[in-house]
Design a protein around this ligand. Structure first.
Ligand code: SF4
Ligand code: SF4
Length: 431
């Protein structure tokens, strides 16, 4: 079937395997989809189940809408396979999402670079370290587990994912599973030409850059490779001409590189990027060795202003990620706030599932479980009961206009500062 559906407490999530995206549907829409049958008398259906809920006009409009996107066809046959879930009652009762929407998968912590801001402290690894990482077979099995749980957005990273042996095989599996595939890469790896000749549907390349002149770039990356980056960006540009994919540049902003923000935009325009994501540097991984790179709250406010101006003068989709909603943009669903351990999760190269990669710093406290020992279904059900998903909001956030979307901002940053959950994001200046 073209569409795969998951029942959720807010209705359902229907994944379109052709367009490779989720379509969120509310409870009324979900009930219509569940009740529709081939050649059904549609008026009867309305008066029997829905006339007390909404008008006939709204009902018909919704039917036309789902026909236009082919969720049902003109004879009212459904094109949706609804996944079964033995824990459904539990998730509905707890108003908790039955699985994340997206998994960030760290394939390896091997990397040819040694960046100062690297949250996973990636770099050259010993054979012994590499042997502890998940095998390719385990990752292939995990991709099937994701599919069976209705999780279709995957982002492969690391380390440098292209250094994972059999990465092509892993990508092919994700493509076969009709997943929406994003690759986070520095673009610094051998054989890039060979990879680009592979016929795999990649929806997004997320290319980490951090500096756009040789001196700064090489300094932050720890190697003399700025020219290689530019050469490889041209190759990606060529690839994009023949393959439908989105190219996003990412910049982790630190105390020094943020002063070059306008140059980042010119660089992205020069290399035809579709989007730019800026992140504030986090005090994790290798960045802990460089406290002088951390940003103050005043600098973050300044960056927000520069980025807002930037957005007005470019067609490139620019976002500043991981900052309180006062500055951010709405998520897909309200009331989830920070998506970590809810709509998104992170699989470490060693098999631990964490709320996000930042929580590698507190792996022992925040590992939700290891896939070498438990199934994803088991891990996720336990996760729903964990403290990280039970925290009440900081009293300081209660009267904030942005509370519905933001819910207190970044859970990691607040835990990192206070060593307790439930406090307001320390970079938020709203009183
Ligand atoms: S930040 Fe990325 S490119 Fe840099 S060392 Fe870490 S994994 Fe490698
Ligand atoms: S006060 Fe709290 S809810 Fe409001 S923007 Fe700041 S962190 Fe988010």
């Amino acid at each position: 079937m073209r569409f795969i559906g998951r029942i959720e407490y807010f209705g359902s999530l229907i994944y379109d395997t052709q367009r490779r995206e989720y379509i969120p549907i509310d409870q009324d829409g979900t009930n219509i989809i569940l009740n529709i049958k081939p050649n059904i008398d549609i008026d009867n259906l309305y008066y029997k189940y829905f006339s007390h809920r909404f008008s006939y006009l709204n009902f018909k409009s919704f039917i036309q809408l789902i026909q236009s996107i082919e969720i049902i066809d003109n004879n009212y046959s459904s094109n949706v396979e609804i996944l079964s879930n033995e824990n459904l009652e539990f998730y509905l009762n707890n108003r908790f999402i039955s699985s994340p929407l997206k998994f960030h998968i760290a394939l390896t912590y091997e990397c040819l670079l040694k960046c100062k801001h690297c949250f996973s402290k990636s770099g050259k690894k010993t054979n012994e370290e590499l042997n502890q990482e998940l095998s390719t077979q385990k990752i292939l099995d995990f991709l099937d587990e994701l599919k069976n749980n209705g999780i279709f957005y995957v982002s492969f990273g690391g380390g440098e994912p292209f250094l994972k042996k059999e990465f092509i095989e892993i990508l092919k599996k994700a493509d076969q599973n009709k997943m929406n595939i994003s690759i986070s890469t520095s673009l610094i790896f051998p054989d890039i030409e060979k990879f680009l000749q592979e016929n795999i549907n990649i929806q997004e390349f997320k290319i980490s850059i951090e500096a756009v002149n040789a001196k700064e770039y090489n300094n932050i990356r720890g190697k003399n490779i700025f020219e290689t980056l530019k050469k490889n960006l041209l190759l990606i540009n060529e690839y994009k001409k023949y393959n439908k994919c989105y190219v996003r540049f990412s910049f982790v902003l630190n105390k020094y590189n943020y002063t070059y923000l306008p140059n980042f935009l010119s660089f992205a325009e020069q290399f035809n990027a579709n989007g730019i994501t800026f992140y504030p540097i986090y005090n994790v991984g290798r960045a802990e060795e460089y406290p002088e790179l951390l940003l103050s709250n005043q600098e973050i406010e300044k960056i927000v202003r520069i980025i807002s101006n930037m957005k007005e003068r470019t067609k490139i989709d620019v976002e500043f990620f991981g900052i309180p909603m006062k500055f951010g943009k709405n998520g897909l669903y309200e009331s989830f706030g920070c998506g970590c351990a809810k709509t998104t999760a992170y699989l470490s190269a060693l098999g631990d599932i964490l709320p996000s990669g930042m929580f590698l710093k507190y792996k022992d406290k925040f590992s939700l479980g290891n896939i070498k020992e438990k199934t994803l279904k088991e891990i996720w059900k336990e996760n729903a009961k964990k403290e990280i998903n039970k925290i009440d909001q900081d009293i300081k956030c209660q009267n904030c206009t942005y509370i519905t979307e933001c819910r207190g901002g970044c859970i990691f940053r607040s835990f990192d500062k206070y060593q307790k959950l439930g406090y307001k994001d320390p970079i938020c200046n709203i009183q």
